[in-house]
Write a protein that binds this ligand. Structure first.
Ligand SMILES: [Zn+2]
Length: 306
């Protein structure tokens, strides 16, 4: 019985993955200028945070074990349950998807905020190791809580879709600088890094989601401009399609320590403006956070289909 249940879950996960892999047009809405988004402000609120490297989950292997799928497939399924997968969606035994680092921005209160660190490898420009994020102007929700909520949902979603996931943090009580976060990603052997943040500006009318990526002339990571741009575009488009939030497209930024130290394609998704009432109320809702995570996962699927 246990095996059968596992198979059903496997089949469901495989079917979902297959649908996601098939059903993606490259909707290029973007283009929207992230007007009014204040880079300075974001630089301040962009105090990426966090915790230690998490062990890779073994869930993927278990879920996608071809052996289980085959043996369980011999059992007749009651009417109404998921049909056995057809051959094309059965991954080979031992198949492991790409590895994604999820970095939930910022950290809980009580951390030492005094240190600084170089803005890029070899740079003499120093920036704060850790900064406080923004806060929901209407809901009062701290950005660090929103970021971690969505990051944990995204972790779950990606594991279900067959990815391997590395989390920079899974709790609020961490003291991770932006370099620390990039280092976790660099040393993990992961394929990409997705950094989860939300935006804040004085002007309450500014709304929408955007992805931050380095420019082509970034002295540290400009060589990854195309990959980062593609990653950011895939994620912001899929995210906005899923959530219905305004698509502010890509924003090129070269002063983000956690991007400048990365050795793998990276983007920061700013999921919306917590200083905008509509965005704030939307993002604070638990059901919507599930949709947000699924939208980001859709964008990651698209990136790996490119
Ligand atoms: Zn932030």
């Amino acid at each position: 019985m246990r095996k059968k249940k596992r198979w059903i879950f496997t089949a469901a996960a495989a079917a979902v993955s297959a649908m996601l892999l098939v059903g993606t047009g490259a909707a290029q809405e973007s283009g929207a200028d992230p007007s009014n988004t204040d880079v300075q402000e974001m630089a301040q609120t962009d105090g990426k945070v966090s915790i230690g490297l998490e062990a890779l989950s073994e869930k993927t292997t278990e879920l996608l074990s071809g052996e289980d799928a085959q043996s369980a497939g011999e059992n007749a399924l009651p009417t109404g349950e998921i049909a056995p997968p057809t051959g094309e969606i059965s991954p080979p035994s031992g198949w492991m998807g790409p590895t994604v680092v999820i970095d939930a921005g910022h950290q809980g209160p009580g951390q030492d905020m005094s240190g600084t660190e170089p803005n890029g490898p070899g740079s003499s420009e120093m920036k704060a190791r850790i900064v406080t994020g923004t806060t929901g102007r209407t809901t009062g929700l701290p950005e660090y809580e929103l970021n971690l909520n969505v990051a944990l949902l995204l972790q779950e979603e990606l594991l279900m879709r067959g990815y391997q996931v590395v989390m920079t943090r899974e709790t609020q009580d961490v003291n991770l600088s932006n370099i620390d976060r990039a280092t976790i990603a660099n040393e993990s052997g992961a394929d990409i890094m997705v950094r989860i943040h939300a935006n804040g500006v004085d002007d309450a009318s500014v709304s929408g989601a955007l992805c931050m990526v380095p420019s082509a002339s970034n002295p540290y990571v400009g060589y990854m401009y195309n990959e980062c741009g593609t990653l950011g575009q895939c994620i912001v488009d899929a995210y906005c399609e899923a959530t219905g939030l305004k698509n502010d497209g890509l924003q090129e930024v070269d002063n983000m320590t956690g991007i400048n130290w990365s050795q793998i394609p990276v983007t920061i998704i700013e999921m919306g403006f917590m200083t905008n009432e509509g965005d704030d109320l939307y993002m604070a809702d638990g059901n919507n956070q599930q949709t947000m995570a699924a939208g980001i996962a859709d964008g990651i699927d698209r990136y790996f289909q490119q």
